[in-house]
Design a protein around this ligand. Structure first.
Ligand SMILES: NC(=O)c1ccc[n+]([C@@H]2O[C@H](COP(=O)([O-])OP(=O)(O)OC[C@H]3O[C@@H](n4cnc5c(N)ncnc54)[C@H](OP(=O)(O)O)[C@@H]3O)[C@@H](O)[C@H]2O)c1
Length: 324
């Protein structure tokens, strides 16, 4: 028996990847799809065996076919879609980045509070059991005080993947991929004191490659890279005063951690921990969203509105620094 009925908004790549994880959460059913086009909605509904297919948002939001939406559309569309959904009383899980500006993100957070609905940026990394374990290990003091963090994610995006290349579709590396490294650094190191940026940005504002060094108020430093023209292994590494944590090969949803303790020249103590993915890795986030909705929460403590807004502000500052 399902107590939470979901609509998926957008019939593209990420919706296809997330539907199986969303419908695998106990008590959750995907009942609807919303597209800009009825034929695409019908095709998606047939492919995934969904009872309702909507070819426009207004009709969808005035229906009683679902309680919550998962928004899987290009970044610049998120604000309008999330706002409309919350105004219609629907809970919202929206792909990263939540918006294209911190002002919009803060406005959506206020609206969620006003309407009493959940608003969650779909930053699945914050819900990954491996990342939760990273925070636990750091909290235990095992690697000492975290001081250095390196993280990266990038690949040579083909020209046909339009949303990465077109400014109007939110193109560029930072908002799509850099957002992960910035979120990891925020989780581990806290408040940013200063930013240095080098990179390549096109005349239309689409950033091709960014190398960002952040100094944190607590004394830590993060070195982050992202690119849509160069492969950057999706890795993260945290160095503390007593040891380090390596987040393996899937920064956005790690499957393993390597914890290394020691002081050279003594041989290090190495411990590997495995975190098999649930579904495609989105499941823990959707489960957390469902639990938050049932508890009447408007945000989730593992990825609160304040973090989303903070990261949006950082991305704005990085973009200004890149273009300057
Ligand atoms: N968490 C992750 O692992 C992950 C991975 C990839 C992407 N994402 C995020 O998911 C979002 C979508 O990425 P995607 O790769 O799925 O994009 P995509 O395949 O290019 O597009 C997704 C869908 O959005 C809909 N859409 C609505 N307005 C649109 C517009 N103005 N132009 C084009 N399409 C529009 C389209 O569906 P209809 O034609 O049916 O309306 C399209 O099929 C992005 O914000 C991205 O950051 C997250």
């Amino acid at each position: 028996m399902s107590d939470l009925r979901w609509a998926v908004v957008g019939t593209g790549g990420i919706s296809r990847r997330t539907v199986p994880d969303l419908r695998a959460v106990p008590g959750c059913a995907v009942t609807s799809v919303v597209s800009r086009d009825q034929a695409r909605a019908d095709a998606f509904a047939a492919e995934w065996d969904l009872p309702r297919a909507f070819g426009d948002l207004t009709t969808a939001l005035s229906s009683d076919a679902f309680d919550a939406v998962y928004i899987g559309t290009p970044h610049p569309t998120h604000y309008v879609l999330a706002k409309a959904a919350m105004e219609a009383g629907k809970h919202v899980v929206c792909e990263k980045p939540l918006t294209m500006s911190s002002v919009e993100a803060a406005e959506l957070a206020d609206l969620a509070r006003d309407r009493g609905v959940l608003l969650l940026e779909a930053m699945w990394m914050s819900f990954s059991p491996a990342v939760r374990r990273v925070l636990e290990v750091i909290g235990s003091g095992e690697i000492g005080e975290p001081r250095l963090l390196q993280a990266g994610l990038g690949f040579a995006v083909p020209a046909h993947a339009r949303r990465y290349w077109e400014a109007d579709l939110g193109g560029g590396a930072l908002y799509d991929m850099g957002v992960y490294s910035l979120t990891l650094a925020d989780l581990v190191l806290g408040d940013v004191a200063s930013i240095d940026v080098v990179g390549d940005v096109q005349a239309d504002g689409v950033d091709l490659e960014d190398t960002v060094t952040l100094r944190y108020a607590g004394g830590g430093t993060a070195s982050l890279m992202t690119s849509i023209v160069t492969f950057i292994p999706p890795r993260g590494w945290i160095g503390g005063t007593k040891g380090s944590i390596d987040l393996g090969e899937r920064l956005f949803s790690p499957e393993s951690l390597r914890i290394v303790l020691g002081r050279p020249p003594e041989p290090p103590h190495v411990r590997d921990e495995a975190f098999p993915l649930e579904g495609s890795g989105y499941l823990p986030m959707f489960r957390a969203a469902a639990e938050a909705i049932r508890a009447g929460e408007v945000e989730h403590p593992w990825h609160p509105h304040a973090r989303t807004v903070r990261i949006q502000e950082l991305m704005e500052r990085i973009r200004v620094a890149l273009s300057g």
